[in-house]
Design a binder for this molecule. Structure first.
Ligand code: ZN
Length: 234
């Protein structure tokens, strides 16, 4: 079961990394970088949007005049607004820490599964699943909760799985300048599943490689084994 808010750190020797790496004290752990550009919607605009939504939902068959549905257009808009809050953040303001570990530099660290919910940009319907992130640290490391926040920053948008994974990989690579970055995303897409286009519970898997992972097939295999074994814990 993907855990909410992070997961285990596993190194390639198969053990959990105890101590410092798991408990990076992070004085800059705030949500400020996630709200750099708050979106502001005028009250007049919001009311107009509510009328549009009412019109559409009504035309599709919803009775908007019941205690349960009177506020639905407003609630729907609020839910969409919250689900797209990733637009307010700026991943470039994320910070990393000096890597003080004297472990070999070439240990792979895998974090996951980080659960996420995104809206597909083709249908504005959710796709949701788990992300596994791998990296081989160089001079810098990153607090684990920030990896979760980073995934969700890119998930809370209108996006596609490919773009989301690429954005996460690039952001991590720029931020930490590690030897390599690996991203594994698996998700169920409601736009296809709800409409019966695809088999229910089918999952779409995407992987992204940067640095050492691009050249080293063994490393990719190790990462995938760890990510898949993580997902199979469910
Ligand atoms: Zn879609």
């Amino acid at each position: 079961m993907p855990k909410d808010g992070g997961g285990d750190v596993i190194d390639i020797r198969g053990g959990l990394i105890p101590g410092p790496l798991r408990q990076v004290t992070d004085p800059e752990e705030t949500t400020e970088w996630e709200q750099v550009s708050p979106r502001r919607i005028d009250a007049a605009d919001w009311e107009r949007f509510e009328r549009y939504v009412s019109e559409i939902f009504g035309a599709f068959g919803m009775d908007l005049d019941t205690p349960g549905t009177r506020e639905t257009p407003n609630r729907f808009l609020k839910a969409m607004f919250d689900a797209t809050s990733g637009y307010e953040g700026d991943e470039k303001l994320l910070t990393a820490f000096p890597n003080e570990s004297d472990e070999s530099e070439y240990n792979q660290i895998v974090e996951g599964g980080i659960s996420f919910y995104a809206l597909c940009e083709h249908h504005a319907l959710p796709f949701h699943g788990s992300a596994y992130l791998g990296y081989i640290p160089n001079e810098r490391i990153i607090g684990l909760s920030k990896l979760t926040r980073l995934v969700r920053l890119f998930a809370r948008r209108f996006t596609v799985q490919e773009w989301m994974g690429r954005s996460i990989a690039d952001a991590l690579f720029d931020l930490m300048e590690p030897h390599g970055v690996a991203v594994y995303l698996e998700a169920e897409h409601l736009c296809t599943q709800m409409r019966g286009v695809r088999e229910e519970h089918s999952r779409t898997v995407t992987t992204f490689w940067r640095g050492t992972y691009e050249e080293n097939a063994d490393l990719r295999r190790e990462f995938l084994d760890l990510a898949r074994s993580g997902t199979h814990k469910a």
